[in-house]
Design a protein around this ligand. Structure first.
Ligand code: PMP
Length: 400
């Protein structure tokens, strides 16, 4: 018998070596208590959270919590059913209406996660004989959506407009084409030149899907994302998003103006063949999305936080994922996994949680300490964070 687990041996060895040296497991963190969007108790001590994607701090918003409690009382703990059977409650309709209002689009379809939204929309709209042209640094859920469908998949170099155009021009005449882009790329925190890319995609007869998971609520005058910010949202055929970041709960969605969009509810397998979100979750999402429409002050504060942290870390001598802050994600590039893990632990000992990211999630085999800022981080917390980085960087031998 071949042990089907033998393919994991290299990873098991890597992990064993790392942990046997006494390293705290960076992928086994437990939040013992969560005090606010920016502070939790981890390993028995108060820890500043800088790796949660909780960009707008909506997890503890009193209105959001109240609407969740109310729905839990009135509709029960779960729907126990698919959206196309017994799993569509008034709350699911309400959150889809909120999404239409938020984006100014005609249609919205809610999935149980953002992962499933990508899986479902991509695999359903791009099928056999169609072509998907996508950025090589696309999120795992995008790649998995491509795998689930039967389309030909053609990747191009990250954010490279010319490379994308070349791929598009090679596609046989008459074939269906879907270009997939992200607003913010979550590993380095850089944004896409969407306006130009979408123009080229349209010129070449492609439909366009943009994953705005990391920009919703924050980027753009109304928080609609990078496409709104660059003035090209009207040219996007499908916007994919998630409730697990700025919205502060869990779930995923697609919004679109396509006149035939509603048919997807019947043919999209990751929508049909799974239970819908619990009523409390859609109620919290709905309240949160409606509040995010009027969150200009929070957006401005989050930009301040992003700029301050970026400058503080750059001035301290860290190598960052972007020259300028482009989003609420600031990535610190580590020389290798061992030193990255050591730095991660030194930060934890300081009382700071960030994400340690490594391949295959990261581009170019990089080890990253990924920081995601929150609109609820105070200016003082951001100053404290910079001090923690400086001390940990010295302790872990990252800074000279
Ligand atoms: N798209 C992108 C770009 C993401 O980063 C993520 C999650 N990190 C998802 C989709 C999936 O979102 P969810 O957590 O709702 O499954």
């Amino acid at each position: 018998m071949t042990d089907l687990f033998s393919k994991f041996d290299p990873l098991i060895e890597l992990r064993t070596n790392l942990l046997s040296a006494g390293q705290t497991d960076p992928f086994g963190m437990v939040m013992e208590k969560v005090l606010s969007p920016t502070v939790a108790i981890c390993n028995g001590r108060e820890t500043i959270l800088l790796g949660t994607y909780n960009y707008m701090g909506m997890t503890f918003d009193p209105d959001v919590i109240a609407s969740g409690k109310k729905a839990l009382e009135e509709f029960g703990a779960g729907t126990t059913g698919s959206r196309v059977l017994n799993g569509t409650y008034v709350g699911h309709r309400a959150v889809e209406e909120a999404l239409c209002d938020f984006y100014g689009m005609k249609h919205a379809m809610v999935f149980s996660t953002g992962y499933q939204a990508n899986l479902g929309i991509i695999s359903t709209v791009a099928g056999k004989g169609d072509y998907i042209v996508l950025d090589i640094d696309s999120h795992a859920s995008i790649w998995d959506g491509c795998k689930l469908g039967d389309a030909e998949v053609v990747p191009f170099k990250h954010n490279d407009i010319e490379a994308m155009e070349k791929r598009l021009k090679r596609i046989p005449e008459g074939a269906g084409k879907l270009v997939i882009l992200e607003g913010v790329y979550s590993m380095l925190g850089d944004i896409a030149p969407l306006k130009e890319m979408i123009r080229v995609a349209k010129e070449n007869g492609a439909m366009v899907l943009v994953d705005e998971a990391h920009s919703m609520g924050f980027i753009g005058p109304n928080g609609r994302g990078v496409a709104e910010d660059q003035g090209c949202l009207d040219d996007v055929d499908f916007v994919i998003g998630t409730f697990s970041k700025s919205v502060g709960t869990v779930g995923g969605f697609c919004v679109s103006n396509h006149p035939k969009f509603e048919i997807l509810r019947l043919v999209c397998r990751p929508y049909v063949f799974t239970a819908s979100l619990p009523p409390s979750v859609v109620a919290t999402a709905c309240t949160s999305i409606r509040k995010l429409m009027h969150a200009g002050d929070k957006r401005a504060h989050l930009w301040e936080n992003s700029k301050t942290l970026h400058k503080g870390l750059k001035d301290a001598g860290f190598q960052l994922g972007t020259d300028e802050p482009q989003s609420a994600i600031i990535s610190v590039i580590m020389p290798d996994l061992e030193r990255g893990a050591a730095m991660w632990e030194a930060l934890l000992n300081e009382g700071l949680y960030v994400n340690l990211a490594r391949p295959p999630a990261t581009p170019a085999n990089m080890t990253l300490l990924r920081c995601s800022l929150c609109a609820e981080h105070t200016a003082e917390q951001v100053r404290t964070i910079i001090g923690m980085f400086k001390r940990a960087g010295a302790a872990a031998g990252i800074l000279g």
